[in-house]
Design a protein around this ligand. Structure first.
Ligand code: IPD
Ligand code: CA
Ligand code: CA
Length: 254
């Protein structure tokens, strides 16, 4: 299964790279929420692969109208974002990825996030650790918020999220810095490998966070809601960290 997900993510990443900088059609799903022909081509490739290898598995894919494409085997569900970072992609900003996770009986058991521009492949299997290009990764050892580099994302419906500005201001004042890179799946993968110490965001969808949640947990980090309770990919918001600075992050987000 892991090899299947890796191969599929790499092939979908190749599709994204081939079309990068050559996008002619950008459609709006919302005011600022875009979809390009690359999102659709990447998703078609991934969905076709899953259907031919695992015809009984369910698929939750972003561009299929935010809908569950049901298979017969409800026990296995693939959760995929064929292009995370579409706005970056449409503007030629090279920060985007393919992210694929497999849920089994309600638990994420496998996650792959592939950044084709850097050829970086993040992988995790439940109980077997996380890796970057085959080498084991760990979250950072940063032990206080004051020394932490954080990352966040601005939700598409940011106008309706008045608390977000307060959280952002407070983190800007209390951490070493806050980044906003435009791909939640890459943000989470970077927390898993220690490039970032913490991440928070409102309003994400299951496909944005499914692989990243497992990557971080398998790399020794922590993922929760703003009150510290266990996180489900189906309900935002999310806060994720190296674990050590988690309590300080929750204190800001309360
Ligand atoms: C988006 C990215 C972005 C986040 C948005 C997501 P998309 O996904 O992950 O970082 O801030 O909320 O929707 O639309 O590029 O797949
Ligand atoms: Ca996404
Ligand atoms: Ca997407």
């Amino acid at each position: 299964m892991l090899n299947f997900a890796i191969e599929t993510a790499r092939d979908a990443g190749r599709v994204l790279l081939e079309k990068f900088g050559r996008i002619e059609t950008v459609t709006k799903k919302g005011d600022i929420n875009l979809v390009t022909e690359a999102d659709l081509a990447s998703e078609a490739l991934i969905v076709e692969r899953i259907k031919s290898h695992f015809p009984r598995h369910a698929i939750l894919a972003e561009e299929a109208g935010n809908a569950v494409v049901t298979g017969v085997d409800g026990g296995h569900k693939w959760v995929i974002d064929p292009l995370d970072g579409t706005t970056n992609y449409a503007h030629g900003y090279p920060c985007f990825c393919v992210t694929i996770a497999l849920e089994h009986e309600g638990e994420i058991v496998l996650g792959v996030t592939y950044d084709p521009t850097r050829d970086e492949l993040f992988t995790a299997e439940k109980g077997r650790g996380a890796a970057l290009n085959g080498k084991p990764i760990r979250v950072s050892a940063t032990d206080e918020l004051g020394n932490a580099l954080l990352v966040t994302g601005f939700p598409y419906d940011i106008k309706h999220r008045e608390k977000f500005a307060r959280h952002l201001t407070e983190f800007l004042l209390t951490s070493r810095g806050v980044r906003r890179d435009g791909s939640a799946a890459i943000d989470l993968a970077y927390v898993a490998c220690g490039r970032f110490d913490g991440f928070w965001e409102e309003g994400l969808n299951p496909w944005d966070v499914a692989a990243g949640k497992l990557l971080i947990e398998e790399a020794g980090g922590m993922v929760s809601y703003y009150d510290g309770s266990p996180f489900s990919i189906y309900t935002p918001p999310i806060v994720a960290s190296n674990g050590t600075i988690h309590a300080e992050m929750l204190n800001v987000l309360k």
